[in-house]
Design a protein around this ligand. Structure first.
Ligand SMILES: *Cc1c(COP(=O)(O)O)cnc(C)c1O
Length: 388
């Protein structure tokens, strides 16, 4: 470890126990013979690709999904040889050769890209491991029904240059019942379009459509593989999804555990007189004498400015208030209610301390952000480590 990575003002810890717990819940929940692809785009939702991937492999995961080629490279650098990696999104033209030579699975959603990939694979004498994305109603990427006519000749001409790993689609919001009709219509189209491949004798190794929400809410849409992101990190895609799950169970408890803890420490303690303002500007006035603790974590570290005067952190096992504006590198907490806070005392920004917990959910409800967004905004530069 280099000196620069050894000391960061805060640290992110991943609990191996929680990872194993969540993955075993997901394994029990999905139907038999449904493969789980662990979605680790966005730096494994902020958890850290290089730490999360080997830990998940240890729990039996052998397929990972990323958005782009840079993320795929990072997975490749830590994964076991037999583990598969699937790129669901962006590959620049000059990256195709790397994708093919490294046996990456990848989504194609444009005729031109399919052609380039098959041509290049043919030239290199390798097989392109393609997943053909079908446009079923999300209206983002994917081949629409009329574009399929451009696919057939390519698949015929280059029949030795690819393996049809999958036919897939993405659902536009399975986490909300408000989208029910739209989702049903997407699946209907998916079945229709995948049927066209079958009719022509193209048998894909897997059909897949479900992310976390659909895995839970529409088990019939799990097909051969599910692409699970947020659930494996211990969060529900939405409150609705959790309620859907728990209302059908005897035990009304959350079966998931949070993996991440984000910790820092007190860097300075001081006393502020009644009538003084704290931090930039005049947003916080000490209405009585206060003891404050300065913590070396600010918005540049992913602690949102929106939590100014409203965030909560844990010190000495107690929940204390963040006061004043969040700075670029520091925040200030009111520790007047605690005794003997000293420099070096542990601060929990997310996670547990004694009997108290700060969840990303409560943290993000305060600042009106989704778990997804907040987690992925945790900077990659914060030191991460795996704990038992
Ligand atoms: C992000 C993503 C997923 C995973 O979504 P979660 O809601 O986190 O489970 C699945 N499929 C695609 C195409 C994605 O982009």
């Amino acid at each position: 470890m280099t000196a620069t990575s050894f000391h960061t003002p805060s640290i992110i810890e991943l609990s191996y126990d929680a990872i194993a717990h969540n993955l075993s819940f997901i394994k029990r929940f999905v139907k038999k013979n449904v493969r789980i692809s662990s979605v680790v785009k966005g730096n494994a939702y902020g958890h850290g690709i290089e730490i999360y991937v080997p830990a998940a492999e240890h729990c039996g995961i052998d397929h990972f999904s990323v958005f782009s080629i840079d993320e795929a490279e990072r997975v490749l650098s830590v994964k076991q040889p037999e583990t598969a990696v699937m790129i669901m999104g962006w590959i620049p033209p000059e990256g195709l050769i790397w994708v093919l030579e490294n046996d990456m699975e990848f989504w194609v959603f444009e005729p031109e890209r399919l052609k380039e990939a098959l041509k290049l694979a043919d030239k290199l004498g390798v097989k392109a491991r393609i997943h053909i994305e079908l446009e079923t109603g999300m209206n983002r990427t994917g081949f629409g029904p009329y574009e399929l006519n451009e696919i057939w000749p390519l698949l015929r001409t280059y029949k030795d240059a690819y393996v049809l790993e999958g036919l897939c689609t993405h659902l536009a919001g399975a986490e909300s019942i408000a989208n029910h009709v739209r989702i049903q219509r997407q699946i209907k189209r998916f079945r229709l379009m995948t049927g066209l491949f079958k009719d022509r004798g193209y048998q894909a190794k897997s059909l897949h459509a479900a992310s976390s929400a659909a895995t839970i809410v529409y088990p019939a849409f799990q097909f051969d593989m599910v692409r699970v992101g947020i659930l494996q990190y211990g969060y529900w895609p939405s409150k609705e999804t959790f309620i859907h799950y728990v209302s059908r169970r005897k035990k009304k408890i959350d079966p998931l555990d949070r993996i991440i803890s984000w910790k820092s420490s007190v860097m300075a303690v001081k006393h502020v007189r009644q009538g003084e303002f704290v931090s930039y500007g005049t947003t916080y006035l000490a209405t009585e004498d206060k003891t404050i603790a300065i913590v070396p974590t600010g918005y540049s570290h992913g602690y949102s400015r929106a939590l100014s005067n409203s965030g909560r952190i844990l010190i000495h096992g107690q929940r204390v208030a963040v006061i004043g504006m969040i700075n670029m590198n520091m925040l200030i907490a009111d520790v007047s209610s605690l005794r003997d806070v000293v420099v070096g005392d542990e601060v929990v920004l997310i996670g547990k301390q004694e009997h108290q917990t700060i969840s990303v959910a409560s943290f993000s409800e305060l600042s009106n952000q989704l778990n997804y967004e907040l987690l992925t905004r945790l900077p990659a530069g914060i030191l991460r480590r795996l704990t038992p």
